[in-house]
Design a protein around this ligand. Structure first.
Ligand code: GLA
Length: 388
């Protein structure tokens, strides 16, 4: 984790010398269940030991925010009453979450904030959700008497993405960042919002991310197009079956998807085909985990990679290559993690194969693309909290 004193020293230096309160929120991994959250399906994320840390303090003004990004060495001041908000994309997370927290009833006024992160940006580990939940946690504590519930903070983070950052994301990332628990993955039903903690200590295996360093940027990416494809299919099925209720692909069967295939076209069909398969795979992985059957878990991860690459089309050459390298090295399971279009693969690898796999993947990837992938060992950490 980052050093509190490091963040504090910058907070003191860039504002009026006073200290505030310090909060942190993690990024996340996801074992399986990709692009299922906005389709009402299941996801299987966990928080990591890396994230965002922010020092915050009310500054006595009605609505002036003074914000400093320690990593970017960039200072932006803005007013919450300015309808356009700040231009800098990092500052829009602060502006957006503050307004969303106000909507929920927290009387947010002007504040100072300095923050830094150690979760790699654009790696598909949800650095943006880590920001939203960290800032939400701080605003709830400083202005809201901690009356805003954890779920409402999750939704405020998601609304920030939708309303101020242009990404029509689901709830997985913000959920994992707020609710994370050390040592546990969480199985979340994104429709009912029920979830369970699953202690995750795979004996004899390790979870490791390989970051391709191809920047994953969801804003303005075809992420929103994928979501639209899924919604088109649901609409077509609902039209054919006026007797039923079809809100998301969660409500649709394989047969119903086949019925509308010609009508929706091959592209939308393939997208929905992936999502229905993924819904089944998450449940199969839960069963396998309960039995300690990591071979099945791994096989499902490979199936997910195939679907994300060939049906959902959110992979890229570098990620497909990392997946091939995992297969060649006998890695139990490997797949793209997160929204796609770059970022990491997540790999479930037997401890005895780990060293050889990492050395081989680094050397071969570097020979092909001119840089090594970044190796990130997964440590499942806690969710959003105040540190001091
Ligand atoms: C991004 C989004 C999530 C989810 C994943 C894909 O991380 O923010 O809501 O849709 O992509 O599973």
């Amino acid at each position: 984790m980052m050093d509190i004193e490091f963040v504090r020293s910058r907070f003191i230096k860039h504002f009026d010398g006073k200290t505030g309160r310090v909060y942190t929120s993690p990024g996340r991994i996801n074992l399986i269940g990709e692009h299922t959250d906005y389709n009402g399906g299941f996801v299987f994320p966990g928080a990591v030991d890396k994230g965002i840390m922010a020092e915050m303090r009310a500054n006595g003004t009605e609505d002036t925010v003074m914000a400093y990004s320690i990593d970017l060495k960039d200072r932006v001041d803005f007013k919450l009453s300015d309808p356009a908000g700040p231009k800098a994309s990092w500052a829009r997370y602060i502006y957006g979450i503050a307004l969303e927290m106000r909507k929920l009833g927290a009387p947010v006024k002007g504040f100072n904030i300095a923050f830094a992160g150690d979760v790699p940006l654009g790696a598909g580990m949800s650095s943006s959700a880590a920001m939203e939940s960290c800032f939400a946690c701080g605003l709830n504590d400083i202005f809201g008497d901690n009356k805003i519930s954890m779920w409402d903070m999750v939704l405020a983070g998601q609304a920030t993405e939708h309303n101020y950052c242009g990404v029509n994301c689901g709830i997985m990332d913000q959920f994992a960042s707020v609710f994370g628990k050390a040592g546990c993955l969480m199985r979340l039903d994104c429709r009912s919002r029920e979830f369970e903690y699953f202690p995750f200590k795979p004996d004899g295996y390790r979870l490791v991310l390989l970051n391709s360093k191809v920047k994953h940027e969801l804003a303005g990416s075809p992420y929103n197009d994928r979501r639209n494809s899924c919604e088109n299919v649901v609409k077509a099925i609902a039209k054919k079956h006026p007797e039923g209720t079809f809100e998301t692909l969660r409500d649709c069967t394989w047969e119903q998807l086949e019925e509308v295939r010609a009508e929706v076209g091959e592209e939308d069909y393939s997208r929905a085909h992936f999502v229905l398969g993924e819904k089944d795979r998450v449940l199969a992985v839960c069963d396998a985990l309960l039995e300690g059957d990591y071979e099945t878990v791994g096989q499902k991860m490979y199936e997910t990679h195939y679907g994300l690459s060939k049906e959902y089309e959110v992979s890229c050459e570098e990620l497909d290559y990392l997946n091939d390298l995992a297969k060649e090295n006998g890695v139990t399971g490997s797949r793209i993690m997160g929204g796609g279009f770059g970022g990491c693969t997540i790999n479930l690898v037997r401890a005895d194969l780990y060293q050889k796999f990492i050395a081989d993947a680094k050397a071969k990837f570097a020979a092909k693309y001119g840089h090594e992938p970044e190796v990130i060992d997964v440590v499942i950490g806690d969710g959003s909290r105040r540190l001091c």
